[in-house]
Design a protein around this ligand. Sequence first.
Ligand SMILES: C[S@@+](CC[C@H](N)C(=O)[O-])C[C@H]1O[C@@H](n2cnc3c(N)ncnc32)[C@H](O)[C@@H]1O
Length: 253
Amino acid sequence: MRLRGRKGIREALEAQPELIVLEPAQYKGRWKELFGNDNPIHVELGMGKGRFISQLSSLNPQTNYIGVDMYDELIRRASEKAQASREENGGTLANLKLALFNIEKIEHMFDTNELERVYLNFSDPWPKKRHARRRLTHSGFVRKYIDILNENGEIHFKTDSRSLFEFSLNSFADMGLRMRNIALDLHAEETRTDLVMTEYEMKFHDKGVNIHRVEVVIGDKALQTHLHQLEQAERRETEAAQNDREHDGEADA
Ligand SMILES: C[S@@+](CC[C@H](N)C(=O)[O-])C[C@H]1O[C@@H](n2cnc3c(N)ncnc32)[C@H](O)[C@@H]1O
C-alpha cells in the first residue's frame, strides 16, 4: 500500500487516546480493562483504511474490536472512517480501538486466551517461496494466534489470492485444524451483504475477481458447537429424506 508522508499525523493520533492506542503492548492481558467490560474481543490484523472494523464495530456494540496496522497514516484514515461510520449508523466508539503495531510481534500485544476472533483480510500474499514465513497464515503466525485465542476462538480469513488461499488451507490442514464454510467464490450467487466487505474486497469484487474465504475453528468450545451444529444438520437431512420417501410412497400407492 503506497502512503504519502504527512506532517502532523502523529499529533492527530495522539489527540485521540480514547480510540487510538499507540503503545498497545502496554495493554497485554488488560484489554478488557481498557474496554471496561467482559465482552469478547475480535481483532483484524492488517486493517488498512479500516472500513471492515469500523462497520463491524458499529453493527455489533456487544463485541469489542481492535484494528491493527503498522502505518500511522492508515491508523489516521481508519479513525476518520470510524467517526464517519458512527455518524452514519449511530452508536459510540466505545467498543473500538485502533492499534499501531507490527503483527510479527503479536504475542507482545495479547496474552494467552485474550481474544475470541482473529480476522485476516486480504493479507499481503508474499508470493516468493523464500518469503513464505512472512505470510500471516504461515504456521509460525498461526501458532501465535492459537495461543492468544480463547475457548471460543476462531480465525476468519478472506483473500483474492488463489496461491495464498491454497497455501493457507494447507497450512491450517497440516496443523490439524478444523475448517468450515470454505468458499472459492464468496459472492458467486449473490453479494454477501451479511459479511462486511473490506476496502480491498470491494475493489476486487467490482473487477469480478473471485474472493476466497474460510473459517478456522480453534477453541475447544467453538469446536464442540461446530460439531453439534453438524450433527443437527445431518439429523435434519435424514429426517427430510425420510419424509420425502414417505411422501413418494404415498404418491405411488
Ligand atoms: C493488502 S492490505 C489489506 C487491508 C484491509 N484488511 C482490506 O482488506 O482492505 C494489508 C494491510 O496489512 C498491513 N500489514 C501488513 N503487514 C503488517 C504487519 N507486519 N504489521 C501490521 N500491519 C501489517 C498493511 O499495512 C496493510 O494495511
